[in-house]
Design a protein around this ligand. Structure first.
Ligand code: DON
Length: 554
């Protein structure tokens, strides 16, 4: 914990020094045409290569997502699903693509009850936890609408990484070690991530995923036809059935991504756009909206007074998150929740908390966010996930396909917290074909008609508060993205009544918050955020130091 805190402080210092240096030297003009910020160094470079070879930001996003699914398979992959927010320069419009997983047809509100009691673990580990993957259907839909390159050419770099091997990052190595006792039992995981003696591979080891390479290579230019139908679909469904799950070939064949209307809020001269439900983007907007005009002025970044206001705003946002769910099943009053009347009422409602319950938040990082800007000025912001680390912790044998545990994002039972300690309402109860409510909230800010900032995060509910804080750091405090993602963050989600604070937050600030009566729990880190700031002729991007990866540009 101390090492990571030190790393974060060091990175903050380097970020600030780097900003000064690059301002002084004017830095290379070529670094301002296109940029990819992701949690994987290879994936970022693959995305930039696509753009250099004439592809656009959507082409690059497809290649990056597929590559991350190999190198960062603890976080995301074709066994999961996500959200893609696009700013399309030609028409200055925003587009939102929802390729979130859905509950299988045989799912039901009480499917995780045994002998009248909820068994939460069934929603997190094993075949019953698996929701219908949306990743490939989503990438295909994005490519068909906005792409210029064939799928086969965009999957090729990921196939190469899986076949020839990639170097295990420190973050993935930690994820493997953390989940070792669960995944070592699965022969697929054991072959890929453990040595002959059964010890988890360490950072720097070379990892190959031959089964996944073959599966992806076989997708050709028909990823939907070849994954959701035919032999692969049959193989996935047979494995799930044999393992006690309910997902069928019909579920796979019936999966559809959805183009949705992005939602919007005006904030201090910016137009903020994000994903609508079943994303929690509206909650991020609501939190921005609760910050009254001039609210942050004069308070100072991360001053106790500023943080106290954020805590109250965050908590109220999470209270309102209870009204969110899949819009195909419940009416989510987004416009009402973002109305000036509600924002002003919500601002009044904050109360201080009194006790610190002895509970730990789930370890983050079963999700991945990346941001891309291309030479034409198109912007893509993707958050994609298999939910918790290594998803359901099962792998379809031979196919090397790691399956999500997205069912845990539903309210498994009234009053029962999920892996991220979210206690959710009836609006997010399980139903066949329903999408579970997500915290994933990619956000693009426009100034006038031009994009000014793109930001997104991983980390369960800390996505919402991470996007808010990094957004404020850039838009209100003028920090560079690198300094903005490195600055220590806080998180409050209403339940549990605890304010989580990154260990890198100065002790005096933590002390001041405690004195105000806030129940503080110090944690090593809160999620991982990526961001690019866009100003005319200049792109400035960063990926959170807590997860490795980085931004590359030309
Ligand atoms: O969609 C959601 O809200 C969760 N499945 C996200 C999980 C996550 O971010 C895991 N941690 N990084």
């Amino acid at each position: 914990m101390l090492r990571r805190t030190r790393t974060k402080l060091l990175r903050l210092f380097i970020a600030i020094s780097f900003c000064l240096v690059s301002l002084q030297t004017g830095d290379a003009a070529e670094a301002h045409h296109a940029m990819v910020a992701s949690e994987g160094a290879e994936a970022s470079q693959i995305g930039l290569d696509v753009i250099e070879h004439g592809g656009n930001a959507v082409d690059a996003a497809v290649a990056v997502a597929l590559a991350l699914g190999v190198t960062n398979s603890a976080s995301c992959g074709i066994g999961g699903g996500g959200f893609m927010l696009i700013y399309w320069a030609k028409d200055h419009k925003l587009y939102a693509l929802d390729y979130r997983e859905t509950a299988p047809k045989a799912a039901s509100a009480d499917m995780y009850f045994r002998n009248g009691k909820p068994v939460e673990e069934l929603a997190r580990t094993g075949a019953l936890a698996v929701a219908v993957p949306g990743e490939l259907a989503g990438l295909d839909a994005a490519l068909r609408r906005f792409g210029t390159m064939p799928f086969s050419s965009l999957v090729a770099p990921a196939v190469k990484l899986a076949r020839e091997g990639f170097v295990l990052s420190p973050h993935m190595a930690r994820d493997i070690a953390f989940s070792a006792s669960q995944i070592v039992k699965d022969p697929g995981f054991r072959a890929q991530f453990f040595d002959a003696a059964g010890a988890p591979l360490k950072a720097g080891a070379r990892v190959r995923a031959p089964g996944l390479a073959a599966l992806m290579d076989g997708l050709g230019d028909q990823p939907v036809e070849r994954f959701y139908h035919g032999a692969t679909a049959a193989q996935i469904a047979a494995f799930i059935k044999a393992s006690g799950g309910i997902l069928t070939t019909d579920d796979l064949a019936n999966y559809r991504p959805v183009w949705r209307e992005p939602i919007h809020l005006r904030y201090r001269g910016y137009d903020l756009y994000t994903m609508p439900p079943p994303s929690s983007g509206g909650i991020v907007l609501e939190m921005f909206g609760m910050i009254a005009p001039g609210h942050t002025e004069g308070l100072g970044l991360n001053s106790p007074a500023y943080l106290a206001q954020l805590i109250e705003i965050m908590r109220q946002g999470f209270v309102d998150r209870d009204r969110y769910g899949d819009p195909a099943f419940v009416k989510v009053p987004v416009a009402e929740l973002l109305s000036p009347a509600h924002l002003s009422e919500a601002r009044q409602q904050a109360l201080h908390h009194l006790t610190v319950p002895n509970i730990a938040s789930a370890r983050d990082h079963g999700t991945s966010n990346f941001c891309i800007v291309d030479k034409a000025g198109n912007v893509v912001d993707v958050t994609t996930t298999i939910n918790t680390i290594f998803g359901a912790k099962i792998m379809v044998p031979e196919a090397g396909l790691i399956l999500n545990d997205e069912m845990d994002d539903f309210a498994v039972a009234p009053g029962v917290p999920n892996a991220f300690k979210l206690v959710q309402s009836q609006t997010n109860a399980i139903a066949p074909g329903k999408r579970p409510l997500s915290s994933m909230s990619p956000l693009i800010a426009l100034r006038g008609r031009a994009p000014a900032m793109v930001v997104g995060a991983s980390g369960g509910p800390t996505i919402i508060t991470g996007v808010l804080q990094v957004g404020l750091n850039i838009l209100d405090f003028g920090l560079s993205p690198e300094a903005a993602v490195s600055a220590p963050r806080i998180h409050e989600q209403s339940q549990p009544p605890t304010v989580f604070t990154e260990a890198a937050m100065p002790a005096t600030t933590i002390g001041a918050l405690r004195q105000m009566g806030y129940p503080i729990k110090v944690v090593p880190e809160l999620g991982a955020v990526s961001a690019i700031r866009i100003t005319p002729g200049m792109l400035d991007g960063a990926f959170d130091p807590s997860k490795g990866g980085g931004a590359v540009g030309n």
